[in-house]
Design a protein around this ligand. Structure first.
Ligand SMILES: NC(=O)c1ccc[n+]([C@@H]2O[C@H](COP(=O)([O-])OP(=O)(O)OC[C@H]3O[C@@H](n4cnc5c(N)ncnc54)[C@H](O)[C@@H]3O)[C@@H](O)[C@H]2O)c1
Length: 455
């Protein structure tokens, strides 16, 4: 049936107040050096202009990690009139300077401050929310610190590098009552919403089988594939800080910026890069946002452990879910197409970026499911960052809260663990543990490099 072209992963397209900092409009004026009582003529940048509310009513945002995905995310925040980006943090001064420059040029001032240490940025009481786009091995520590400092968080997928880290993030976000949005932005795109609602409303009957196709191999995002020699790190990069809780390996340019995802010390390869997108959509359609698989069995093709890029280049994972549903997550197997396909007793639906196919021609032609068929209505978001900011104001959950991010990514983590131990594993979702398999259970977490600790 009819379809449009799909795309491989690229940085996402993420395209209103003072509520808790105590910085009232009155105090803001005083801090800005403006007499509160006097009938001063205030400049537009203080009062707000057009659809832009005054600064005291904007959501203040700190950016943590200004690399490949940090930039489009930051641009998305800059586009929002009720938001003010006030700080950027990065451990590489080249990236840090680029981020601060982008923000200051956008606002036409020099107010945005740069930080090398995310803890200093998070300690700022005047920051409401943070956007975190650091490599996966850093997700947990940064997110937990941000939550502890009462920031709302827009955090990138996958939720974290290990299951234990993900569980720690979920606990911290819940404990401190923070709003969380995951960078699984496909939930804010109409064709994914339509596909998930068709499945959720039973239009394909009872779902029996789901196929989740992800990318395989490695992509040289940084153009550093051949820079495999051990060298000194560039002076602009604090490589020790960049490594953080991971193992401190000799500096090799090919496995740092952007390409860190191809080494298990810092990333999880294509499987974990993508599972938070297409498995997230699969779960959404299945109403599995709060559940997980029962059994997981995976096989994969791995480069040698000491290869510069050692993440598996092809994988096939079979998962059993409650309700007799089988899911296959695969990368590098042509029978499983990139995207998400649900197969039911009465039909099927396949969705990918810019593409949609189904057993029923009517579903292909409609933009969204017509109201009369929407007995179960999934929330509608058309802009992932907007959805986050609206939740920051309303204190209602975003379209991809932290628990969802955790559950959407679990199949990838368990699949990898199953491949590494070379056998089927059983998952006890309720108690969040692998059943009767010590070696596999040990892979749910990892040892942190001193002095970093997962709390
Ligand atoms: N949602 C999407 O579509 C999408 C697409 C690409 C990447 N991502 C995710 O975004 C995140 C970042 O990926 P990327 O490709 O931008 O990586 P990247 O290497 O290009 O950028 C990461 C940046 O974080 C900085 N950094 C590292 N440790 C830091 C720390 N402790 N504090 C502050 N800055 C630190 C690095 O110097 C770098 O500038 C990953 O989690 C990735 O999975 C999401």
């Amino acid at each position: 049936m009819k379809q449009k072209k799909s795309s491989r992963e690229a940085p996402s397209p993420p395209t209103p107040l003072r509520h808790r900092t105590g910085l009232s409009r009155r105090n803001f004026l005083r801090l800005a050096g403006l007499a509160v009582a006097a009938p001063t003529i205030l400049p537009a940048r203080v009062l707000g202009v057009g659809d832009r509310p005054p600064p005291s009513e904007r959501i203040t945002v700190g950016i943590i990690g200004f690399g490949m995905q940090g930039r489009p995310n930051t641009e998305g925040f800059l586009r929002q009139p009720d938001c003010q980006v006030v700080a950027v943090c990065d451990v590489d001064t080249r990236h840090l300077e680029a981020g601060v420059k982008l923000v200051n040029e956008h606002y036409g001032n020099s107010d945005c401050k740069g930080y090398k240490d995310y803890r200093e940025l998070c300690a700022r009481a005047d920051i409401d929310a943070v956007m975190v786009a650091v490599p996966d091995h850093w997700h947990a520590l940064v997110a937990i610190e941000a939550a502890r400092q009462r920031k709302d968080i827009y955090g990138e997928k996958p939720l974290a590098r290990t299951v234990a880290e993900q569980q720690a993030i979920v606990r911290a976000v819940q404990r401190y009552g923070r709003i969380w949005q995951t960078g699984s932005w496909q939930r804010s795109v109409a064709n994914f919403h339509k596909a998930a609602e068709i499945v959720r409303n039973g239009l394909i009957g009872k779902v029996t089988h789901v196929e989740v196709g992800l990318l395989a191999g490695h992509i040289d995002f940084a153009g550093t594939k051949d820079k495999t020699a051990v060298t000194a790190p560039p002076p602009e990069l604090d490589y020790d800080f960049w490594t953080g809780p991971a193992q401190l390996l000799p500096y090799i340019e090919a496995r740092v910026h952007r390409n860190w995802r191809w080494h298990y010390n810092t990333g999880g390869g294509q499987l974990l890069d993508w599972v938070g997108h297409h498995c997230d959509i699969a779960h959404w359609g299945l109403d599995f946002d709060s559940t997980g698989p029962i059994e997981v069995e995976g096989t994969g093709k791995f480069p040698p452990k000491d290869a510069v890029w050692n993440t598996c280049v092809a994988y096939r994972i079979t998962l059993k879910y409650p309700g007799d549903i089988t899911m296959v997550i695969a990368g590098g197997y042509p029978d499983i197409r990139l995207g998400t396909k649900w197969i039911g007793t009465d039909g099927w639906v396949w969705v990918n970026r810019g593409a949609f196919e189904a057993s029923n021609q009517d579903w292909i032609e409609m933009q969204r499911l017509p109201e009369e068929l929407r007995k179960i209505k999934l929330p509608i978001s058309t802009d992932h960052i907007r959805n986050f900011l609206d939740s920051v104001k309303s204190r209602k959950p975003t379209i991809t809260p932290v628990e969802v991010a955790h559950n959407s990514t679990i199949p990838g983590h368990l699949g990898l663990i199953s491949m590494l131990v070379g056998r089927k594993i059983k998952w006890d979702h309720k108690n969040q543990r692998i059943v009767d398999d010590r070696a596999a259970s040990e892979l749910l977490g990892r040892t942190y490099r001193t002095p970093w600790r997962l709390t």
